[in-house]
Design a protein around this ligand. Structure first.
Ligand code: GLY
Length: 377
């Protein structure tokens, strides 16, 4: 990545801080699969929520750290986490569109790093299960098994763009084009049904599961229907760039640009990202995951756009990351989380708290800037 001298210094300094903090964090959390913290101490989803969609991110952090440091402790924790997650394969009602989030940063990362055939099998099983959610009438991968206590057979969500790389990987790994067909059909559907003319994206789109006809959109984890849930915008940016990277279909790159342009135009003066770009001005709820994930997508985007456009996306990404670094990062070795001020959803009881995938995407983004990441997606 072409950076200025001062940017390079900042990237290296940040990575050194991450490295020295993560050794303490990994050491004392070897047996956990964290989601958030209570009083600075990681919680554990091993027993309570082994199926949770974010569980792969802990292994992902461990693989990134192992890749960049070679410290075996990270590898051991990642492998242990992946093995624990096998329980989820026997919980069909807790397997959904999120198999990519779960098994790309865990099993597939392991296979990429070590060549483990057992991990390859896990990745392929997860891909097969994801492909099984495809609805050929509407050309979409069905989202959750239930949401708000109800089954929604015809729901698709923008987040799923980040799960498509599991299908692209399975295609690349096996040569079976079924996986690519399903991923591409879903991405094409998302271009038409999720991306709005101004470059913002819907969170949920509801289809008639029998006919495939689009019925309507829903606000989902955002403020309201028609608003712009920021993490959804981030999933859209990064997800479409990834579809471009795997297929070389230029229209996906263009879609990623359109969503990124909308995102950049709406970054507040503070450079801190709200939960929804359309939430009331008086609301101070933020989502650092949206900032970190959008930064990852924009850094990748900057690699593929025309020379004259590269700085637009790279500078925006650096602006987001520097702000997180200065205002929302804790490098204290005594506190387990790295980032603060995340929100799972606008209409949730809890806001501005740490979430593990903010840490994951922040670390991935910094490693991208240093050209030292393990490619996960
Ligand atoms: N994929 C679920 C979320 O972003 O909250």
């Amino acid at each position: 990545m072409k950076l200025s001298v001062s940017q390079e210094l900042w990237v290296n300094e940040t990575l050194e801080k991450v490295k020295s903090k993560m050794l303490f964090v990994a050491e004392r959390n070897q047996n956990k699969i964290p989601y958030t913290v209570e009083n600075g101490v990681f919680n554990d989803y091993t027993d309570e929520k082994i199926y949770w969609w974010t569980n792969g991110f802990w292994a992902g952090i461990m693989w990134q750290m192992y890749h960049v440091t070679g410290v075996n402790l990270y590898k051991d924790i990642a492998v242990k986490t992946e093995q624990k997650m096998d329980k989820n394969f026997m919980m069909p009602e807790k397997l959904d569109h999120d198999n990519g989030f779960k098994w790309l940063p865990s099993a597939v990362a392991n296979y990429r790093m070590t060549g483990s055939q057992e991990s390859r099998s896990r990745g392929l099983l997860a891909a097969e299960l994801l492909a099984g959610r495809y609805n050929p009438a509407g050309h979409f991968l069905r989202a959750w098994n239930e949401w708000g206590g109800e089954k929604h057979l015809g729901w698709a969500i923008i987040d799923c763009m980040m799960n498509l790389p599991l299908l692209y990987w399975a295609w690349e790994e096996t040569g079976d084009p079924r996986y690519r067909h399903i991923a591409v059909n879903h991405a094409d559907m998302a271009q038409t049904c999720f991306v709005r003319p101004d470059g913002s994206v819907n969170h949920i789109v509801e289809f008639n599961p029998e006919t495939g006809e689009m019925i309507k959109s829903h606000g989902g984890q955002g403020y309201e229907d028609g608003s712009s849930w920021t993490r959804g915008q981030s999933w859209g940016i990064y997800g479409f760039v990834l579809s471009y990277m795997h297929t070389k279909n230029e229209s996906y790159l263009n879609t990623a640009k359109i969503i990124a342009n909308y995102f950049i135009a709406n970054i507040p003066v503070s450079n801190l990202i709200p939960v929804d770009f359309m939430q009331p001005e008086t609301c101070s709820w933020e989502d650092s995951t949206a900032a970190a994930c959008a930064a990852c997508g924009m850094i990748e985007l900057s690699r593929y756009v025309k020379e004259a456009e590269k700085h637009i996306y790279l500078n925006a990404a650096i602006r987001l990351l520097k702000t997180l670094y200065e205002k929302r990062c804790s490098f204290s070795p005594d506190i387990d989380n790295l980032l603060e001020n995340c929100s799972a959803a606008y209409h949730d009881s809890r806001h501005n708290f740490p979430m593990i995938y903010a840490d994951y995407y922040f670390i991935e983004a910094m490693l991208k800037l240093a050209d030292r990441e393990l490619f996960i997606w």
